[in-house]
Each structure stands twice: as C-alpha cells, then as structure tokens.
Design a protein around this ligand. Sequence first.
Ligand code: ADP
Length: 257
Amino acid sequence: SKRLVIKVGTSSLVLPNTEINLRAIDQLAFTLTSLRQLGYEVILVSSGAIGVGMKVLGLDKRPETIAKQQAVAAIGQSELIKIYTQRFAAYYQQSAQVLLTRDVIDFPTSRQNVINTFEELLNMGVIPIVNENDSVSVDELDHLTKFGDNDQLSAIVCSLAQADLLLMLSDIDGFYDDNPQTNPEAQLFSHISEITTTMEEAAGGKGSEFGTGGMMSKLKAAKRVLDNQSQMILASGKDPAILFDILEGKTIGTLFS
Ligand code: ADP
C-alpha cells in the first residue's frame, strides 16, 4: 500500500476574514478517510493553530511577542484538533494528534519513538495529525515571515515515515519560473527532478511580502524529499478533492521526483 503525507497550510484552513474554513476541514476529513478506505496510509500535517487561536480569542492581528504567539497557538491547536476529531468522527475515522519538533531527527531515541508511533497508528488504521509543538520550538526567523510553517516538518515526517509521496497543498497550484502573482507570463513547471539555482532564484520571492518567499521553503522541503528518494507534489489546496485526481495519475501541479 502507498504511504502518503498530506500537508495543508493555514491559507487552506482559515478564511481571509479569520473565520475557520469548516468546509475545507470537512472536505479534508472526507477525502483523507476515503483515501484510507482505498488502501492508502495517510498522515496529515496541518498548520493553522495560530489562525484558529486568533479566532477563538477574537484577535484581528497576530500578537507582537513570540511568547504570546506560542500561547495563542496552544489555544488554537487544541481547538483545531477538536474540529478535526469531530469531522473525522463523522466519517467513522479515528485520528490522533502528534506534536513534533524539527530537531527530533537529531536525537536517535526520539527519532525512533516517532517512527514507532507512526507505524503503530498507521497499523491501527488511524490518521495521525501532525503539527510542530509550538510551545517547545520556535524558529525566530520563521516568525518574521509566517508562524508555524510546516513545509520542513512535512518533509521530515515524509522521511521518518518513509512515505512514498508528500502532497503539499498550497495557495498556489504549483511552482512557476517566476512569481505568478506578479508576472502573468510565468510558466508552471510540471516536473522537476533536480532543484537548480535558477529555480531557487525564481522562488526567491522578488514579489513576495517579506523577501524570503513561501516558495523557497517549499523548494527546501522538495530538496529534502528528493535527497531521501521520495516524491513530492505541490498543488492547490483550494479543493482537497484534488487529491483523488492526483492519485488517479492526472498531471496536476508540480511533481518533484
Ligand atoms: P501556503 O499557502 O502553502 O502557505 P505560501 O504563501 O507560503 O503558500 O507560498 C505560496 C506563494 O508563493 C504563492 O501564492 C506566490 O505568491 C509565491 N511565489 C513566489 N514565487 C513563486 C513561484 N516561482 N511559483 C509559485 N509561487 C510563487
């Protein structure tokens, strides 16, 4: 059977008006449950804790300090898991929460414990829902751009679980030779087997808000996946049903293999 890691970003889970995107979460629960019934082993890596926490607290912008952001994330994480648990339960699918820090790969015992946990959960037919343990690990640099971006974490999970495919669902439908938000002529890459410096420059986010660009982080994740002889597909997270099309072999998004 095929083992999949599916990563969804905050933009797929929280609407621009800060409402929680219940429709997206429900469709995700439905789709992932269906995939499991089709025989796939499924691990979900989900962001969104701070977004949901802000909604719970009625905040309209991120708190200034990292400590406050961590507190908001802790509130949001349990709420997010509550919603996932309910939605998965509606489809009679058991889920589980796994909170990790990225440095787990540097500690052999912790690393093995995580591997064992995934193995047992998947054997039981459970869908693990993974997020970074934001109360423990905070990468200051990441916080200048985006709180709790799980691109790297999803690549790490992919390697720990020795998954066949990382499906990264984003607010964009693939990787282009330039930022398509600023350059309408930008061309989509449908297949990338090696990440070149030209590509890194294209992801460098000339047009991105903070100059680092969310795409750079996705390329970094793709590089890790390729180094680990696995595969990654970057595609739009607008409609989770896209996963069915991708797994039926339709050419969608950007395949890194
Ligand atoms: P996510 O929804 O996964 O959090 P990000 O916002 O981190 O996604 O990254 C996606 C964004 O990266 C796109 O919406 C786009 O504005 C920007 N971007 C910059 N360079 C590129 C590129 N070469 N190809 C595609 N998107 C790019």
